[in-house]
Design a protein around this ligand. Sequence first.
Ligand SMILES: [Zn+2]
Length: 165
Amino acid sequence: MKFVTDGMLGKLTRWLRLSGYDVVYIGNLSVPEKDQDEVLLDLARREKRVLLTRDLSLYRSARKAGIKTVPIKTGDVTSQLVEISKKLGHRIKIDPENSRCTACNGVLRSVNREAVVGLVPDSVLKSGKKFWRCSKCGKIYWEGKHWKTIIETISRYNELREQTC
Ligand SMILES: [Zn+2]
């Protein structure tokens, strides 16, 4: 499942990418504000992406056009993941092995320690076991920070989902 997100969902976008989803974020494209709704609808239609939006009128236009869409009502990322999974009727699959770059949606490729010398702090170089590099923008990720936050979010999401479904 692929997504496209409106300008109010930057944080959710980063989380979905970390979770392994392909997400186009309107905030990453240089689109004038007045054209954004049209571009969002067009991307959803052409690339078969589910449109996530906090804008109710955009949600309605998408519904009218037969585009799969989820209206996001809450502000907290974990609750937003629950909203999406309930609306789509299945669990949002969080797969850190397939994480995408939070900045640009590029695919992360695993790289060895030698490849990141000089690109990460020395302490990270010493303690890190696994490293990834974004195939598009070159941003480096490593196991420590990357995984800890994912694991925390997964458990909060699972707890919340159990409670509300
Ligand atoms: Zn990137």
